[in-house]
Design a protein around this ligand. Structure first.
Ligand SMILES: *Cc1c(COP(=O)(O)O)cnc(C)c1O
Length: 711
């Protein structure tokens, strides 16, 4: 199967590796590789939104000829190209003791992937987890192929109206400028696959993004052969229309499996990242039935080779499809599975609400043999939540395990911080970052160097927000500019809060007691300032109301320019924020945050976590690496009690510690917490630790099971 090579014929011979490098997202988590593009032409690099594919196509001959003769540039280029080629040629996976680059035994399905801001195929945490996961699988050479959607409408572009209300502007992705390539069929046409057994028929076109060693295939239904309604299936993430959403999940699961088959990629293990793709299980069982097995035998084989990760305890996060919709689309499917109508629908029944419909999480939990939640606490919550699926087991025996999420360290370490670590932790720290001993060396970093680096990152954030405001100014309504971060002061304690505006995340909690908050903001010697960012789901009006309230307060002179709201939060501003604020605040209603990862990104860069006891923080907090609150509070009057805990901690501990500068010009006590924060995150909450855990606990066993069936 061929892939669509872009036209880079104008590149000089000496630099033709640029095309290869641009077509593999490996460049995005290697700062030296990013420099290969940036050094060519800084302006074009920025103008392309850091998309080398687009930039290379637009570069003039003069720029390329200049680079070709520039000794400094060429030596940098040669070093990066040799690193890239050596990384790509080594395919041995030590942790799975696996050495067959020609086959791809694990298929990872996810509805979203957060990889880079030039690929808008994510809504939030789930997508970044998936993106970080496959990057780490590439680094560890875990044999994997990933499957997802190419959303031509992206998620949504956020525009804040004059009254503070979020509008969702559709921005159509220019497929030819995006860093994705077409997959071609044997006749050299764009590969189009029909989703099997589904009537009326749905077709998908296939695209590819190369993520180091991991090919990520993306399905697109916006093609001529589909009728207009079908064309919209992959338009955007998480549509609110239930039937369209079912069709999305059919395409992801059933279509995704068919795409792999049509490309000749036999996978022996399936990993479902959340329930959206669970219909892939049906297609795998159907395969076994075609090979002559009964449904029971087929289901047993599939169970022992499937990993299912559940990601949320929030009820709305679990899709339930009405039976009549299931009947409409699957009426040719159950005969193919040798099941009758009732047996088929039974697969997705949640015993606590048997009439509600087909529950995708119940279905996936029932059919997958390896099941896990995403933090220790979420494991407990999930076992309680799904106990009725295992009526003869007590709560702690419910077979849902947990693997705590982690972040891809090379993606989330800020390059300047990376240089500081290189200097004091040794040059191999990044290669060995899951060795806890390496992180003990953080104590060797001189306090003032860590503080100065942090201050520099804070300036970088503030400058980025000012530049964003400047560009928007001309087209903006007058009240919005003061709220966009132009008044931020680098010498003021800065608290960051950025995530999706789902109501359970309580972005407005800090505004419970306005008088107390204003005293903190307006304090003459020790003020604080807040930076908020995030999007509400287009169908979530309560979420949009919270967002509006914050925007209006940010524009209110009473808050003195000390509250900023960053419009259109994405991966790029996520990077600035997690690197540049002083504290990362997190205050959802427990136990709704299954894990959370943005706090890990901040902590890795010396930004301590200030969080309610929920998700990863229940195992992350060690008494000296940040602050925790909100234990033993009942949910009835939680808002007031939690807000009070936040004000108390700010007034009594956090603010005094931050402003306690020594005569060398930095707060020693604070830097100590920054160091503890880095030390306690680098190995324990890395994607490397996470992927190793998945490999040891599930992949290695599932691969063995698969081998037994195949032999
Ligand atoms: C990491 C990240 C998230 C996930 O954050 P949570 O802590 O899970 O809320 C969301 N958006 C962006 C841009 C991120 O980088």
């Amino acid at each position: 199967m061929a892939e669509g090579k872009e036209d880079f014929s104008h590149l000089p011979e000496r630099l033709n590796g640029l095309a290869e490098l641009a077509e593999n997202l490996w460049w995005s988590w290697h700062p030296a590789a990013r420099m290969v593009f940036k050094l060519l032409d800084r302006r074009e690099w920025k103008a392309s939104n850091h998309n080398p594919d687009k930039m290379l196509k637009q570069l003039s001959r003069e720029v390329l000829e200049k680079a070709e003769k520039d000794k400094y540039y060429l030596s940098h280029y040669d070093i990066v190209m040799s690193e890239f080629r050596s990384a790509m040629s080594n395919c041995r996976c030590d942790i799975l003791d696996y050495d067959q680059p020609q086959s791809t035994p694990i298929a990872y399905f996810s509805a979203e992937f957060g990889l880079h801001h030039s690929l808008p195929f994510y809504a939030g945490g789930l997508g970044f987890l998936a993106g970080d996961f496959i990057k780490e699988c590439s680094d560890l050479r875990v044999p994997m192929v990933a499957m997802g959607f190419m959303y031509p409408g992206g998620y949504l572009h956020q525009l804040i109206r004059e009254d503070g209300w979020q509008e969702n502007v559709a921005q159509v992705l220019d497929r030819d400028a995006a860093p994705i390539s077409r997959v071609f069929d044997d006749q050299g046409r764009h590969l189009i696959v029909r989703v099997p057994l589904i009537e009326p028929p749905i077709h998908v076109a296939v695209w590819k993004v190369t993520v180091g060693h991991v090919p990520l295939y993306l399905m697109d239904t916006d093609i001529e052969i589909n009728d207009p309604w079908n064309r919209l299936i992959s338009a955007r993430l998480y549509t609110g229309d239930l039937e369209q959403r079912l069709r999305q999940e059919i395409v992801l699961g059933v279509g995704g499996s068919e795409v792999l088959e049509k490309m000749g990629i036999a996978h022996s293990v399936l990993h479902l990242n959340e329930g959206h793709a669970a219909f892939a299980l049906l297609e795998r069982i159907r395969d076994r039935i075609l090979a002559g097995l009964s449904f029971e035998e087929g289901a047993k084989q599939i169970s022992s080779t499937t990993v299912f990760t559940t990601h949320t305890p929030v009820k709305a996060g679990h899709d339930i499809f009405p039976f009549q919709l299931m009947e409409k689309y699957f009426n040719s499917f159950w005969p193919a599975l040798k099941l009758d109508h009732d047996e088929f629908l039974q697969l997705g029944i949640h015993p606590e609400e048997p009439h509600a419909g087909f529950n995708m999480t119940a279905f996936a939990l029932r059919m997958a043999g390896f099941r896990n939640a995403v933090s220790l606490k979420h494991g407990e919550v999930a076992r309680r939540m799904w106990q009725s699926l295992w009526p003869d087991k007590s709560e702690h025996e419910v077979p849902i395990d947990s693997v705590t999420n982690g972040i891809h360290i090379p993606t989330w370490i800020e390059p300047k911080m990376e240089l500081l670590f290189n200097k004091h932790l040794g040059n191999s720290w990044l290669a060995d970052h899951d060795n806890p001993l390496i992180w003990e060396l953080v104590d060797e970093i001189p306090d003032n160097e860590l503080w100065n680096t942090h201050y520099w990152l804070k300036m970088k954030l503030i400058n980025a927000l000012r530049e964003k405001s400047r560009r928007k100014w001309k087209n903006d309504h007058p009240s919005s500019t003061p709220a966009s971060g132009v008044f931020l002061d680098p010498d003021v304690l800065t608290i960051g809060f950025a995530r999706r505006f789902a109501t359970y995340k309580r972005a407005d909690l800090i505004f419970q007691d306005m008088e107390r908050l204003k005293n903190l903001l307006n304090h003459s010697r020790t003020p604080v300032q807040f930076i908020f960012a995030g999007k509400a789901h287009p169908a979530d009006d309560p979420g949009k109301r919270i967002l509006q309230k914050i925007v209006q307060l940010a524009r209110d002179p009473e808050t003195a320019g000390r509250i900023a709201f960053v419009e259109n939060y994405n991966e790029q501003y996520g990077q600035y924020l997690v690197h540049g604020v002083d504290i990362w605040l997190n205050n959802p209603i427990p136990p709704k945050e299954a894990s959370g990862t943005s706090g890990m990104k901040a902590a890795l860069n010396g930004v301590p976590h200030f969080s309610i006891a929920d998700g990863w923080w229940c195992e992350g907090y060690n008494g000296k690496n940040g602050w925790t609150f909100g234990e033993n509070i009942s949910n009835e009057d939680r808002d007031e009690a939690d807000a009070r805990a936040i004000y108390d901690l700010l007034e009594k501990e956090i603010i005094p510690l931050y402003y306690n500068f020594n005569n060398h010009g930095f707060p020693r006590g604070w830097v100590k917490i920054m160091k503890e924060s880095i030390k306690s995150t680098g190995s324990k909450f890395s994607a490397r630790r996470m992927v190793k855990e998945y490999s040891e606990k599930y992949y290695s066993k599932a691969l063995k099971n698969a081998e037994a069936f195949e032999s």
